[in-house]
Design a protein around this ligand. Structure first.
Ligand code: ADP
Ligand code: MG
Length: 224
């Protein structure tokens, strides 16, 4: 009985997610269809049409690529890794974006850190999501500090930003699919990232004070 319930709960979740995805993708598709019809009817080829069409396509592409991470959790390749290299790589990937947004990123890690068992690409994806959210929240004169240390049998990774913060009523909704406060957000980053951290038997916690900043804390088990 228990297992049956679990499965039907899972199916309900899949259904909710599918409905959300369908909805999020249908909007830009409807708009694309409208523009194509307009161009067929009037033969108009305005540059604005093309730029709207290409941003609608980019939106679909972004939603699909975020969801792809969810589609492949079982094909994942778990290996022993040193998180300091992984974090350094993620910071390098986002460096230009941070400079453009006038955000500084500092990394402070305990050395040496114990190794963890992880799928490098998945974990990178989650860390990129946290860091991107931090950059987007602090845009202007932001500072992000990433701290890593070992605590008992866990490695703790913290992403601290001095951005806008998150009001309490929104904090409760984070990680819900498609919950976003951004005009062009997908609201998929935290949901996908939470799934990734759970796949690693880890935990994810967000702490935030509006006007002060946000801390995202990930704990991962170290190799025993
Ligand atoms: P998206 O970034 O596309 O909006 P996410 O799932 O990554 O989707 O984040 C969901 C929401 O959580 C964001 O729209 C934002 O309101 C809030 N959020 C996440 N991280 C932060 C942060 N570091 N600072 C402030 N708000 C955040
Ligand atoms: Mg995001």
């Amino acid at each position: 009985v228990h297992e049956f319930l679990q499965n039907s709960e899972k199916l309900a979740l899949v259904g909710q997610l599918a409905a959300g995805i369908a909805h999020e993708i249908r909007n830009p598709l409807t708009s694309l269809k409208g523009f194509i019809q307009l161009m067929q009817k009037d033969g108009m080829r305005k540059p604005e049409y093309f730029s709207i069409m290409s941003s609608e396509l980019a939106r679909i592409e972004m939603i699909v690529s975020e969801l792809l991470v969810l589609a492949k959790p079982h094909a994942s390749a778990f290996e022993v890794h040193d998180l300091t290299n992984l974090i350094t790589h993620v910071v390098t990937l986002l460096e230009t974006e941070a400079i453009l947004q006038k955000v500084t990123i500092q990394v402070a890690f305990e050395s040496p850190l114990p190794m963890v068992h992880c799928d490098e690409n998945q974990l990178k994806q989650a860390f990129i999501n946290f860091l991107k959210n931090g950059i987007e929240a602090t845009s202007g004169s932001g500072e992000i500090v990433i701290r890593l240390w070992c605590e008992g049998d866990k490695v703790v990774i913290r992403f601290e930003d001095n951005g806008v913060g998150i009001p309490a009523e929104q904090l409760a909704r984070l990680g819900e699919a498609f919950f976003t406060t951004k005009e062009t957000g997908t609201g998929l980053g935290l949901m996908v990232s939470r799934r990734i951290i759970e796949n690693h038997r880890g935990t994810l916690r967000l702490m935030s004070t509006p006007g002060i900043g946000t801390t995202v804390e990930v704990c991962l088990p170290v190799i025993s």
